[in-house]
Design a protein around this ligand. Structure first.
Ligand code: EPU
Length: 338
């Protein structure tokens, strides 16, 4: 087991925040995790599991043992009449994996194109975009228990997926290292359209029956136009979750702000567009130190160059306060704050 000491985590988080890991170990297989568990010193030490670093806000150095997940591999593992099952190592880049499935002629993940991060991180926050969530395509995953060292296969029920949520943010947080994820791509393939931005693209292209590849290209175009590329501008995607309120609460808010963007949910509650609320409070383009609110999408906080975690959190708190003051809604951060 090769341990690295005093490792800068700046290149390993898409927000580009500075932090140093005391000790870091790269995980390329289940056996690598077991070597950590069996280690006389580090076996019992607190640990932090790092994927693509696209959903974390680092506010301090890391005394914990950082496990950097680099498990490789992608393959088709099974074909059935109603689905094809594909598998990827937790360290694979998510977008490259989506592109690979399309190269194999397999549709189903195209709405989730261009989401930053690794495959292993996707179930943790149940990534979602343009009408599809990971749980809609999830088959199972392999993980290694950080206490017992045992490998287990976990199904959807245990994952307890919710909106940007799963058991890996709660009972299994820091306890299970996800090493492989399997996805079920339904047969026959059916497009998921209906999302306003996608419908607009379809109208522009004048295409009635788009292919998975066309939807993939449209999603990439939409994301590139709205969201900053973390390679150029540090960010962690949406910084807050879209809050869900009761129908009554929503009527109240609409009474005061008739323009508010909202989506009724099947259970009668209503999801509000946090980006719209932040925008309405005048935050677009504002900055605290080197942390800022993206000009084209108020839900995304960005690194203007040399931001530190505490600046990002000061900005986030100021946004929370102003949204609470105007709408009476408490916004909840979406990335994991460390
Ligand atoms: N809006 C504004 N001003 C803004 C931002 C948004 O008025 O500054 C309005 C938009 O015009 C739109 C509504 O708010 O009517 C919602 O905006 P958008 O369609 O961009 O989606 P979102 O709710 O901001 C969510 C996800 C994104 C995902 C998109 C598309 C969350 C927290 N975010 O964003 O996911 O890509 O929908 O499905 O659910 C992520 O989780 O990191 C992420 C990027």
């Amino acid at each position: 087991m090769q341990l690295e000491h005093g490792v800068s985590l700046k290149p390993y988080n898409t927000f580009g925040l500075p932090a140093v890991a005391d000790t870091l170990v790269r995980i390329r297989s289940d056996a690598d995790v077991r070597r950590v568990v069996d280690h006389p010193v580090h076996g019992r030490a607190p640990k932090f599991i790092l994927g693509g670093g696209s959903n974390i806000i680092l506010t301090r150095d890391m005394p914990q043992l950082v496990l950097k997940i680099e498990v490789p591999g992608r393959r088709v593992v099974g074909e059935r009449d109603d689905a094809v099952i594909v598998e990827a190592g937790a360290g694979e880049n998510w977008h490259a994996f989506v592109a690979w499935t399309l190269d194999q002629g397999l549709g189903g993940l195209e709405n989730l194109a261009l989401i930053p991060g690794t495959v292993g991180a996707c179930p943790v926050q149940n990534i979602g975009a343009y009408g599809v969530e990971l749980r809609d395509r999830f088959d199972s995953l392999d993980a290694v228990d950080l206490v017992t060292g045992r490998s287990v296969t976990i199904g959807a029920q245990v994952c307890a997926f919710g909106y940007r949520d799963s058991v890996f943010k709660h009972a299994l947080a820091g306890r299970s290292v996800i090493t492989r994820v399997r996805l079920r791509l339904p047969r026959p393939w059916q497009p998921v359209l209906g999302y306003l931005d996608l419908e607009r693209k379809r109208d522009e292209a004048g295409v009635k029956d788009p292919s998975p590849r066309q939807i993939f290209d449209w999603v990439c175009d939409i994301r590139r136009a709205k969201l900053p590329d973390p390679e150029r501008i540090g960010n962690a995607g949406s910084f807050f979750k879209n809050p869900v309120v009761s129908a009554e609460q929503c009527r109240d808010i609409i009474g005061r702000d008739p323009e508010i963007v909202h989506y009724p949910l099947p259970d009668g509650s209503v999801k509000l567009a946090a980006g719209w609320m932040i925008d309405a409070c005048g935050w677009k383009g504002k900055t605290v130190g080197e942390a800022g609110v993206y000009e084209r999408q108020a839900l995304v906080l960005v690194n203007r160059g040399a931001a530190i975690g505490s600046e990002v959190m000061t900005l986030a708190r100021a946004i929370q306060e102003s949204v609470y003051g105007r709408f009476g809604i408490r916004l909840e951060p979406e990335p994991v704050v460390v």
